[in-house]
Write a protein that binds this ligand. Sequence first.
Ligand code: NAP
Length: 279
Amino acid sequence: MQYIKLSNNIKVPQLGFGVFQIPPEKTKETVKQAIEVGYRHFDTAQAYFNETQVGEAIQESGIKREEFFITTKVWHTNHGYEQTKKACQESLKKLKTDYIDLYLIHQNIGDIFSTWKALEELYEEGKVKAIGVCNFTPSRFTNLSIHSKIKPMVNQIEINPFYQQDKKEDFYKQYDAVIESWGPLAEGKNNIFNNPTLKEIGLKYDKTVAQVILRWIIQRGIIVFPKSAKKERMEENYNIFDFELTKEDMEKIKELETGKPIADIDDPMFVESISKFGV
Ligand code: NAP
C-alpha cells in the first residue's frame, strides 16, 4: 500500500473503500469482504446510516484497531459546537472505537465556524487524529483555513475523469492540505466503463477501465476509496499498484473533462436540496 502524509504526519492509506449507498443490512458483510481483500481504510459518514455495521465488521475481523484508518463525517443537521461534539460521540460509539482517524465536515452549509471549533477541540483531545472538510470550493476552504486555529488537513471533493478538478492538488498544497476523491468512478454514470479512451489505455497494460481511473487518481497524489458491493470488483480496484500510466496517458485522460460535476456544490439548488435532508 502507498501512503499519503497529512500535515500532522498522520499516514493515510492512499487507497481505501467507500461505503456510501451500501444498505446497513449489507454493510457488515461487504466490509468484511473488503477487509479480506486487503482494504484497511474505510470512508463512512453519519449520513450513510451504516457506521454501526462498519464498526462491527472491523471489530469482528480480529485485526488490531491501529491497522485501520477510519473516516467519518458530521452531517449539517448536527452543525454547531455542542451538536457536533455530541455527533462525534455517537459516531465513536457506533464505530466501537475510542478514536476516529479522520473526522470531516460533510457539507459546507449551516454554521461552519462553530462546527470547526468543535472539530479542533476533538482533535486536541485526541478523539479524532485528523480533521478536514468535504465539498468546499477553494475560496471557502481558504476562508476557513485563514480564520481558524487549525487548518483543515483534507478536502474531500468530487474527482473523476469527467470532472477532474485539474491541478487542485497543487492549490491545496499552499494550505498544507491534501485532496481525497469522492465518486472516482463517476458512480458508474455516463457509460464511464465503456469509455473508448480509458478502454484503449487499459488494453496497453491489460487493465480495466476502473483500474486505469484509480491509477490516474493515485498518480496525481490524491487519496481515493471506490465503492463496490461485489468482491471481484473490490479485488480489481485494489489491484492497481503493479503498473504506471505514462505522461501521454495522463494527457489523454485530461481530454475527457466535461466541466459537469455529479453534484454542483456551488449551485443554490444543490444547497437547497441538501439542506432538506436530515439524519
Ligand atoms: P464510485 O466509487 O465512483 O462508484 C461506485 C459505482 O461503481 C457503484 O455503482 C459500483 O457498483 C461501481 N463499480 C465499482 N467498482 C467497479 C468496477 N471495478 N467495475 C465496474 N463497476 C464498478 O462512487 P461513490 O460510492 O459515490 O464514491 C466513492 C466513495 O466516496 C463513497 O462510497 C463515499 O465513501 C465517498 N463519497 C463522499 C461524498 C461526499 O460528499 N463527501 C459523496 C459521494 C461519495 P457495484 O457496487 O455494483 O460494484
